[in-house]
Design a protein around this ligand. Structure first.
Ligand SMILES: [Zn+2]
Length: 296
């Protein structure tokens, strides 16, 4: 998380390229870093807005309105990267205070919990690989679950640029619901080899391949440490706490619960990978290495 990290200040409104303007959500915080990045995309009179910041933020609304006026533009449609409140929160005020006519508000549908419409807005659910087009820009939605199940990143062909939502953050590591799918999504981003990455929070990432590789390596390193503990204790069932105390020797006791949470994500991923087995022993979760059985 961002605590203790000094973040690069970001301008409230900044033109980032010929066809991209970033408008900061004016909602800084531990989870949102400098605030949510929202992006106006396209070089025509009608632009696509990616994400909308947090609810009830008058400063953001003023800045968005001013940017549209300064560029003599309107919002063609809104695309949402994922359901979190700091990305959908501005929809209501945009619909009532800025738009004169309703526009399409697109996102991928959540499967486990239904999406709630942000009145008076109504979602149009799109599929993976959906194309959004506006003057000067084409955006391809790519389903990248992990941070959330409905998460999409948007690939802009014209600049080989990727709007990364919350899969990758500037100057911080991202949080996730499901590490197994999160790692696959990072690999998907890496395979695209974008030149530049525009995250949902934080600074523009100008060396995306290196940066995403660092994210992947950071996670793999943890995974290998956890596997090493299980390998050293092959045939035994270890609790999450047993594993954490072996991996992080001398860890400050106040940090143990969050280390256990993180280790559990890794262990669940390793179960999905078929490398670890979860055993419930007297209501306690225990983990053990899957050893290959001989075919003879
Ligand atoms: Zn966010």
């Amino acid at each position: 998380m961002a605590s203790g990290v000094k973040l690069t200040p970001l301008a409230a409104i900044e033109k980032l390229s010929e066809r991209i303007i970033r408008i900061l959500g004016c909602n800084p915080g531990n989870h949102t870093l400098q605030g949510t990045n929202t992006y106006l995309v396209g070089n025509g009179k009608k632009k696509i807005l990616i994400d909308t910041g947090s609810p009830d933020n008058a400063e953001y609304m003023r800045n968005l309105k001013k940017t549209l006026q300064d560029h003599n533009s309107t919002i063609q449609e809104i695309v949402i990267t994922h359901w979190h409140n700091d990305h959908i929160g501005g929809i209501k005020d945009i619909c009532t205070d800025i738009l004169t006519d309703p526009v399409k508000i697109s996102k991928l549908e959540r499967k486990s919990v239904p999406d709630q419409d942000v009145s008076p807005g109504k979602y149009t659910f799109v599929e993976d690989k959906h194309l959004f087009t506006t003057e000067g820009a084409t955006l391809r939605a790519i389903h990248t679950p992990g941070h959330t199940e409905d998460h999409i990143v948007l690939y802009m062909e014209e600049e080989n640029a990727l709007f990364a939502g919350d899969t990758i953050l500037g100057e911080s590591t991202a949080v996730f619901e499901d590490l197994h799918s999160y790692m696959q999504s990072l690999q998907k981003i890496l395979d695209i080899k974008p030149n530049i990455l525009y995250p949902g929070h934080g600074i523009v990432i100008e060396n995306p391949v290196e940066y995403v590789t660092y994210y992947i390596n950071h996670r793999n390193e943890r995974e290998n440490q956890i596997l090493a503990v299980l390998q050293k204790n092959t045939g035994q069932n270890l609790s999450t706490l047993d594993i954490v105390t072996s991996v992080y020797v001398g860890l400050n006791p106040s940090l143990i619960p969050s280390a256990c949470g993180s280790a559990r994500h890794h262990l669940k991923k390793l179960v999905k990978d078929g490398k670890v087995e979860l055993i419930n022993e007297a209501d306690e979760e225990k983990w053990t290495l899957v050893t290959r059985k001989s075919n003879i």
